[in-house]
Design a binder for this molecule. Structure first.
Ligand code: FES
Ligand code: FES
Length: 156
């Protein structure tokens, strides 16, 4: 069945079963491999994308459930104000280690900063608790989010 969804500002039409996970559509059908497969069960956060700005686990989001929501992936998050600040802070603080979880981390952090420009440590922990990093980069993630929030504050 054909589905047309908005991905990173572009209408994309794919012919797949309705229960196909958005993650498979992104990676296998459209070749957008920036979004990662980790657990496939909404437990790790590696597959996080935004639906209308909110972070969702694309491994358990069926293509038919996307409807008219706008999908944003790691490939385009740098074009958003919050995403650009998060990505800069990530680079400045050399957050990534192996890097596998980092797309998902950046997507969750960008969604947090977009809705909450002044996150507390608790806000950060709550927003990021579903994103697992086997390399243990959690302290650098928190620091980078704080730096990105400060950059956002300075711009008013
Ligand atoms: S792959 Fe989706 S949460 Fe782990
Ligand atoms: S940087 Fe390796 S799993 Fe997070």
């Amino acid at each position: 069945m054909a589905f047309t969804i908005s991905i990173n500002g572009q209408a994309r039409t794919v012919d797949v079963d309705g229960d196909t996970p958005l993650l498979w559509v992104l990676r296998d059908v459209l070749g957008m491999t920036g979004t990662k497969f980790g657990c496939g069960m909404a437990l790790c956060g590696a597959c996080t994308v935004h639906l209308d700005g909110s972070p969702v686990r694309s491994c358990i989001t069926s293509i038919e459930s996307v409807g008219n929501s706008k999908v944003t992936t790691i490939e385009a998050i740098g074009a958003t104000p919050a995403g650009a600040k998060i990505q800069k802070a990530w680079l400045d603080h050399e957050v990534a280690q192996c890097g596998y979880c980092q797309s998902g981390q950046i997507m969750s952090a960008s969604a947090l900063l977009a809705r909450n420009p002044h996150p507390t440590d608790t806000d950060i922990d709550n927003a990021m608790s579903g994103n697992i990093c086997r390399c243990g980069t959690y302290m650098r993630i928190r620091q980078a989010i704080k730096v990105a929030a400060q950059a956002a504050s300075k711009e008013g």
